[in-house]
Design a protein around this ligand. Sequence first.
Ligand SMILES: NC(=O)c1ccc[n+]([C@@H]2O[C@H](COP(=O)([O-])OP(=O)(O)OC[C@H]3O[C@@H](n4cnc5c(N)ncnc54)[C@H](OP(=O)(O)O)[C@@H]3O)[C@@H](O)[C@H]2O)c1
Length: 230
Amino acid sequence: MSGGVALVTGASRGIGKAIALELSSTHTIIAGARTAEALAPLRSQLPDLVPFVCDLGSEAQTAAAVAELGLTELDVLVNSAGVADERPFDTFTREDWRKQFEVNVFAVADLTARLLPALRAARGTIVMLNSGSGLFSYAGGSVYTGTKFALRTMADCLREEERTNGVRVTSVHPGYVDTDMGRGVIERKGPGQTFVQPRTIASAVRLAVDAPPEAQVEMLSIRPSRGTVL
Ligand SMILES: NC(=O)c1ccc[n+]([C@@H]2O[C@H](COP(=O)([O-])OP(=O)(O)OC[C@H]3O[C@@H](n4cnc5c(N)ncnc54)[C@H](OP(=O)(O)O)[C@@H]3O)[C@@H](O)[C@H]2O)c1
């Protein structure tokens, strides 16, 4: 494969799966999920994928899974795994806040830091699956937007730190996407919303990965062209 190696988290379903399929034409795919069984549908399309099985909410599992890969070079890291729980502010407990930050922020920071030496060695590209919720605030989104605003500034700071190391950092901000997560959010918000397809988000990631080495795509916002988007 001419493009090298790409690790995609959240590759069992939704946006991560579409990105893994898109990048598979040029990259060896390391596909992340919580269980090996969850990767079975993707594996039927990509028999050569390398599984990266761990609950990213567990630091110990993440450390063990990264060590098992033993990567010295990594060309692309796509952080797509995420969770969304949107409801009124006064219904969230401290534990609810912790759970969403754990997966959407702390796990991304931990995994990315562990893989940075390999990304530097390959002068690689990091893609953060952010959201319109990392750009706009709205009722019901206190925790989820909190995680995505944090992820946005984490990516912005990391990009500046890594400029001299040749590592590129792209934030991708989809609107509603036709996945389990997107359908769940729209169900709660009621009619009037429309979707972007996961493969469209995968095309945006392809644009960032394929940018010539002297350039980096820093931020992409891809939102439905019709309907009420927030
Ligand atoms: N869908 C939207 O409308 C939308 C819009 C904007 C941004 N986004 C962002 O895009 C990303 C992907 O969303 P999606 O719609 O594809 O979500 P999804 O269909 O719900 O899939 C979520 C993925 O994340 C994985 N995951 C969740 N918790 C995990 C954990 N603790 N450890 C390891 N993997 C975990 C899931 O693995 P399992 O199969 O093991 O559960 C699954 O592969 C997320 O960061 C989301 O915030 C989504």
